[in-house]
Every structure is written in structure tokens, then in C-alpha cells.
Design a protein around this ligand. Sequence first.
Ligand code: NAP
Ligand code: ZN
Ligand code: ZN
Length: 351
Amino acid sequence: MSQTLGYAALDPNSPLAPYSFSRREVGPNDVKIDILYCGVCHSDLHTARNEWNNTLYPSVPGHEIVGRVTAVGSAVSAFKVGDVAGVGCLVDSCRTCSSCGEGLEQYCENGFVGTYNGPAFGGGENTLGGYSDNIVVDEKYVLRISHTDNLAAVAPLLCAGITTYSPLRQWKVGPGQKVGVVGLGGLGHMAVKIANAMGAKVVLFTTSPDKREDALRLGAAEVVVSKNKEEMAAHVNSFDFILNTVAAPHNLDAFVNLLKRDATMTLVGAPAAPHPSPSVFGLIFKRRRIAGSLIGGIAETQEMLDFCAEHGIVSDIEMIRMQDINEAYERMLKSDVKYRFVIDMATLKAA
Ligand code: NAP
Ligand code: ZN
Ligand code: ZN
């Protein structure tokens, strides 16, 4: 066992605070990583505060991890000491079901093991995530990082990047298409960059008019303030695909009505409370669809990292100290993130 320092929530109402625990010994297939940077996902906040009613305490969030390999097990072939490596949202799955067989570990029929809040297979302890100084993960679930610099800005790709890349690929977004992205936060700003790099014309929907210039800089061709009825009306029946990243319940019909016949709006935002029920008429008259998508599998996460390295895509980040995490959560709730907080894990020792 190795001693690990982290930040944990002990219950839904207390701020995150320093927390010591141990990681398992490095097994034959394991890679041990000293964590350099960890992105702050809105899912971390939902989990720390038990907003999905499934949190196992103590909870150490964090699933956008980039660090340096410090030890490898005897059977590890893909990584060596000194490599830069990444860990995303999942650290294990059953490896035998049909979804695992297709590289879709996030849809594992037996339940994948989350990087945090995931009960380990065999009734092991709750997994503890990346708000910590090191992590031990089976090499099959560790990602190669080919970006050579700005590693802090690479970290958010491990969740925000793959969660948006996967549906954009699944719904075959590409040149000649008009694609909407709803919400300019961590996921939304990655979706704008990636959809733009895939060749689509991107329209960004926001509730924050002051994000307009940023959205254009990030790659949106047009920005629509979703509270403005006239701006919305100009886009009725015109979208090939919409990716909705909003973290709070809202009226979905306003966006469904912007889809063309047979087009889909995919939800990746996971609000604590349900959206108001969408109108059936908005769906049946144009055979429109509402779908969902969960993170991405390991192979696709690697594909996304390589795609982003090739296209020079990283996240726009604001680096914070570990001690600032509770304040960062409050700012996230006010949609005041430009556009992802990343924790500099070197500050953990000072905490
Ligand atoms: P975030 O950085 O907080 O961004 C969410 C954005 O949603 C905000 O920046 C804001 O954008 C918009 N928004 C917030 N409240 C709103 C409201 N009341 N009405 C309309 N828009 C609102 O969060 P994130 O890290 O990108 O995560 C977004 C959601 O995705 C969270 O629920 C998270 O748990 C979920 N998630 C899901 C998956 C998955 O696998 N499906 C993976 C990761 C995260 P504007 O200011 O532009 O309006
Ligand atoms: Zn996440
Ligand atoms: Zn499986």
C-alpha cells in the first residue's frame, strides 16, 4: 500500500478538505502515476454533493488526470517509468460482455468501474479519484498522451474532450453540416473546438451573452443567446445535429424545434433534477430524436487524444490551487468558468 494525499468530501454539505488514504500496491498489470494536473468536471460537483443520490463517502473526485509514470508492474508493456500518461473516467470494466468486447467499456453490461465513486469488482473499496497526488491503474485503462507541452490544458480532454468527441463521431458530424452546441462550459467549449475541427459549421447556444466573443474565438461560426426568442426563431428546422451540455434542467423544446427532419439532439448534460418533459408533437411531426451519450470507451478516448494532438486542440483553462476547489465549485454553479478549472497538483502538498 502506498500513502496518498488527496482532497475529499466526507458528506454532501461539508467543503472538500485534505484527506489521507492508501493506494493498492502496483500489481503486475498496473501503472502508478504521480498526478501533475486534474481537471474539474461538473460531475465532480454533482458527486461531492450527492446530487445524483449515489455518492459513496469519503469521495475523492477527479477524472481528468494527467501525470508521470513512476512505477510499472512486471507484465506492463505499453508504459515505462517517466512517460506522461492520462486517466479518464473509468479504470476497469468486466472485459467479457458484448459492450466491453466492442471497446464500449462505458456501457459495460456488468457496470464499469468509475475512476471515483466506483465500487471495485469483487466488492473492493470505493475508487478514489484524481484530486490526489498519485493513482494506480491497470495499463488497459491508461491513455497515451502525445501532446508535448501545455499538459495542464490536456487534462480536460480526458472527460470533457471524450464526452463531446464520442457523440460527434457517433452521429457522424462533418463538413457541410450545421451543428449546435448548447452551453459554453467545460464540455461545451470542447464540443465547439472538436466539431469545428471535424469540419462542421458550429452554432453555439448560451445563456451568457458575455461569452459571445469567446465562442467565436473558439470556433463557433455564430452565437445565439438562447433566451432571445427572435434569435432562436431564425434557426427553426435547420440543424443536422445538436449536442446539449447543459448541467441544469431546462426547456428542451426550444432546441428540438431547431432540428431538421430526422435530426437528433443528444444530451450529455446530467442535471440533478429532470428536464421538463419535451413536447411529443415537436418530435413526431419531423421524426426528430432526443438521445443520450455517456463519456467514451478507452480506444475512442485514445483516438480523441490523438485527434486533438494532431489538430492542436487543448482546453482553455484556469489553473487553480487545490485549496481553491470549493470556491471553484461555487463559480461553476454561476457558469463562471473559462472554460475549465484545472488543479495544479503541486499545490496539494502546501494544502
Ligand atoms: P459546466 O462547465 O458547469 O458547464 C455547463 C454550462 O451549462 C454552463 O457553462 C452554462 O453555459 C450552461 N448552463 C448552466 N446552467 C444553466 C441553466 N440553468 N440553463 C441553461 N444553461 C445553463 O459543466 P460541464 O463540466 O461542462 O458539465 C456539463 C454537464 O455534463 C454536467 O451535468 C456534467 O455532470 C455532465 N457530464 C456528463 C457526462 C456524460 O458522460 N454524459 C460527462 C461529463 C459531464 P452558458 O453560460 O453558455 O449558458
Ligand atoms: Zn467528467
Ligand atoms: Zn463489460
